[in-house]
Design a protein around this ligand. Sequence first.
Ligand code: GLC
Length: 539
Amino acid sequence: MGQQSRLPSEHPHWWRDAAIYQVYPRSFADGDGDGTGDLAGVRARLPYLAELGVDAVWFNPWYPSPMADGGYDVADYRGVDPLFGTLDEAEKLIAEALGLGIRTVVDIVPNHVSDQHPWFRAALATSPGSPERELFHFRPGRGEGGELPPNDWVSEFGGCPWTRLPDGEWYLHLFATQQPDLNWAHPEVRSEHEEILRFWFDRGAAGVRIDSAALLAKDPALPDFVRGRDPHPFTDREELHDIYRSWRAIADEYPGERILVGEVWLPDAERFARYLRPDELHTAFNFDFLARPWEARALRESIDGTLALHAPVGAPTTWVLCNHDVTRTVTRYGRRDTRFDFAGKTFGTPTDLALGRRRARAAALLSLALPGAVYLYQGEELGLPEVEDLPLDRLQDPMHLRSGGTDPGRDGCRVPLPWSGDRPPYGFSQAPAEPWLPQPADWADLTVEAQSARADSMLTLYRTALRLRRTEVALRGDEFGWLPSASEVLAFRRGADFRCVVNFGPRPVPLEQEVLLASGPLTADRQLPTDTAVWLRVG
Ligand code: GLC
């Protein structure tokens, strides 16, 4: 068993089994006391991430942005929003993190820009038919006076994805009105993004996370949507693969394995795997696993499907339970319906948080024991619940705003982290400034400080599990095999001497081997109770 940790220089294929921590900069830590998280806050907390034992950090967008969609409306891809700091600080942050063995992955948003981006402002300043407008999807409307949108598509955030300008033309935005879609058939759009990739790789980024990666290419005719018609007018189109092959060639020019990570939400698993062919993206988020209910059969099916899909293309699997777009794990697992589905989000769903936390602990050991890379969203290691009682007038997410208030939106999983102390802002901010989203009054037990002191806390569980993930040789390789078990139990081995057992059923499961780590207490006679996972050493 090797005890040394994997420093960047020692692990060239770092991304194949990395633990990647997602920082939502607005809510991680506030260094300048204005109530919004920033790069100074992250730099001050790098030792926390090093101690947690993660290999890389993926940062949600830190670029200049009017924040109509939490920074996914980018006004300048080569800068840092003054709310978060400066480009110089971002460069320092990347270097300092690497000094602690942590690589940086930045978020690239190629499908759309902010309506404040110079390209879009220039397009608005010109007339219909101008070359500036060709970088986007401008069209005349339908109907006698052009008063109807050019087609019948629906925005990813609900409602019409077209907005009409005073000059009569409409522009396409698959997300919010403030996020005009780029025209990826235009060579300048392609070359600009290739330069943006180089810009961040030149500054030491070890990878890019590609936002909405399956949406960039559109049918140039922008036809009405016809259910089942292939190809889809704006999702998963063939042209995308050529784009990502050119990006891969750029990433491969750089030393140290710079990676492309795709946000590819596709129901068809085989279509998904095509993005992971050897000359395209390195990895993509496993949303199938994330969306599954807390049930042995469903999760086993997802694990099998994932392994079977990735093997032929040679890409490592990834395991994801949560991110900045979805309901936090302890809340989701504490409900009657434990699946994740954007369409199923409603206010006032009954939740048993103690049950959810118990399951989330077991899910952590399950996902951290599977072969491949794992993503961890800030606050997951603290077992934070979704904050469901934010005052309605504080909600900012366009998903909520565009739904007419029926969709709770995604603010509840973006509440600033609690670091210390017994009341808001819990050390998130050093100044009295109120955090940009209010924190609950009952988070004193969930702070990093409180959890560091407790052997049975979620944070201690994650720290221990991440340490073992580095030191247990069996957890590094690809070797994986199911072990015989009851249908309500998942049991698998990694290598010859490591096992993971998760009990989803009501009957306790006897354990024969040495327990390395358990997600919760065993029964008095050393059996594994319901909703509990355990890591075992054989021999
Ligand atoms: C991705 C991001 C999400 C954002 C959307 C539009 O899905 O994860 O937060 O709202 O793209 O950029």
